[in-house]
Design a protein around this ligand. Sequence first.
Ligand code: ZN
Length: 414
Amino acid sequence: MNVYLIIILLILIADFIMGVIVETLNMRRLATALPEEFASWYDAERYKTSQDYVRENTRFALLVDTITTPLTIAFILLGGFNLVDQIARGFALSPIPTGLIFAGLLMVASQIISIPCSLYSTFVIEEKYGFNRTTAKTFLFDSAKSWLLALVIGGTLFSCILWFFDRTGSAAWVYCWLAVIIFQLLLTYCAPVVILPLFNTFYPLDDGDLKEAILGYARSQQFTIQGIFIMDASRRSSKSNAFFIGFGKYRRIVLFDTLVKKHTVDELVSILAHEMGHYKKRHILKSMLLSTLTTALMFFILSLFINSPGLFSAFKMQNTSIYASLFFFAFLYTPISLVLSIAGKALSRQYEFEADTYAAITYKKPDAMISGLKKLTVDNLSNLTPHPLKVFLSYSHPPVLTRIVALKKYAHEV
Ligand SMILES: [Zn+2]
């Protein structure tokens, strides 16, 4: 049996088993009684609802994995990739359009599974817990717009990568890396102006206490912002959030309308102070630099596997090609990307503590930060008691109770 095939099957199976173990441990933890800290925030019924919500989402994700893992394995073993490749080659086009058709057909196949999942998650689970505000029409338009974006952005980038590997020899990975960096920078600048308005409406925050408080705090921190906007997030979900878009003097604050409705001015400023903390501590810049480095590593390793005969025979392919190499490499790269992701998540959790600290020290209202966090947790039915292994593997934010403990230290000092 082909060594690559054995490795890839082991990776797929190990990934599945690890998921089952982690999620089972995480669900068992839900049996924990309501933490004291949240005693006045939940009644027994509402807390049970939050636990049911976590349970239902987890069970559904496990069910999807239980279907997709054997399907993927069967697709590999039965030569599905070769079949798709032969169809793409049937059009007798040059390598780049052939690669685009190959990738497009695989994307369509994956959508056949992911669309029903996304429908169930939005219109059954989210609906049941009162989060869903999406109409069938919005869902349809959202999907169409996402596909179009994937086609334009993904298609262009994919074509660039194929071209570089075809034409620039052993330095191709460096060119691909530079191309991805340029794409990311372009997207970061274009997203606020071109992409986000495709999905949501943004309107400037009205004059008033909230605007005064945010601008006053930003001024006190010498933090320039171009504007404060409200986003009509409530057209899709009742969950709430806030974020920043743009860089330098083009920075804009975006608040979900759902967030503004439920929080006090002090809580909202605290939440934004936390976000500003990420900029002041240069977290965004550091994360971008790190991801740039890991992208270089990925393209370098990928370059070693382009047209690898062993890898192609593992997938039962009749012909080698650069475009298929990209897909096959993705399977091999899973363990490395898992390790990198765990390290990245640990760093991100560290950054969250630092941003909380920044907000608590500079805005001097840690209690408002704490109540803001609690409201977000209760409104979004977040899991109060995640298993440490789950946190270690996949949490980009520390569990809310840990954040509250850290913030309380500052509450005493302020
Ligand atoms: Zn944060």
